[in-house]
Design a protein around this ligand. Structure first.
Ligand code: SF4
Length: 247
């Protein structure tokens, strides 16, 4: 089955590279079909390739891609374990929004990718992928709220690029992203799969710190115990000697 998936995805990527169904291919260096694990349980869907993606032919490789990869890492997920794609596969000129007829022309490629990968969980990033699964709804009202759609769990999230440009949105996206592992575990259990191993605690993890997920007594990855106080904090006062009971 993994081999079949791989072959199907390779065929879809070839079809995307040869596609001339809308004007978006004009003036681009190459198509950006998407990349990742063909057996991924999680599929992330963004909007459209930007300049860096157009140069490299890979999705989410610029600043927002680094931010996305870091959020995955902070939550115990690896980029190589998920699949990342966009709603449209060629870069719109000057990074303008893709037009409705362009999204429509490209829609079947995304459908085929979803069908081939058959992910348990889909994460939409930004309003254009949101519109595909939650038509007429607003990201500000439903972000971070998973819903069952077509037998899959779909989580609407803000786009990392938007979050990078607005500090308040960044906190919201990080908070929403921190719920992803738990949502995936619920989806796994519902599908009769074993839960993933727990996310390892890391002392330098701001998301886990923010959500109180760190166990201050747990061993860190280096085998050292997390410090509950900085090095220059005053030493605790010695305990008074225990009073022996009088006989
Ligand atoms: S954006 Fe999609 S529909 Fe348009 S040319 Fe590229 S692959 Fe084809």
């Amino acid at each position: 089955m993994p081999e079949v998936r791989r072959e199907r995805l390779a065929q879809i990527s070839d079809d995307i590279r040869g596609c001339r169904a809308c004007v978006l291919h004009e003036g681009t260096r190459q198509a950006v079909p998407g990349e990742g694990n063909p057996d991924a349980e999680i599929m992330l869907i963004g909007e459209a390739p930007g300049q860096n993606e157009d140069v490299q032919g890979r999705p989410f490789v610029g600043a927002s891609g680094q931010f996305l990869t870091e959020m995955l890492r902070q939550n115990g997920l690896r980029r190589e374990d998920v699949f990342i794609a966009n709603v449209v596969k060629h870069r719109p000129p000057s990074n303008r929004d893709p037009l409705p007829d362009e999204i429509e022309a490209c829609a079947s490629f995304l459908s085929r990718q979803i069908q081939a990968i058959d992910p348990l969980v889909i994460i939409t990033l930004g309003r254009f992928s949101l519109a595909r699964f939650f038509p007429g709804e607003k990201i500000s009202q439903i972000h971070g709220q998973p819903r069952k759609i077509g037998g899959r769990t779909v989580i609407p999230l803000y786009h990392p690029a938007a979050a990078l440009h607005q500090g308040a949105l960044r906190k919201v996206l990080e908070a929403d992203f921190a719920t992803v592992p738990g949502i995936v575990d619920i989806a796994r259990q519902a599908a009769g799969r074993t839960p993933r191993p727990p996310v390892p605690a890391r002392a330098d993890d701001p998301v886990q710190q923010a959500f109180g997920l760190l166990d201050p007594g747990a061993d860190g990855p280096t085998g050292e115990r997390h410090r509950s106080a900085p090095d220059d904090a005053p030493a605790p006062a010695p305990r008074p000697p225990r009073q022996l009971p009088l006989l």
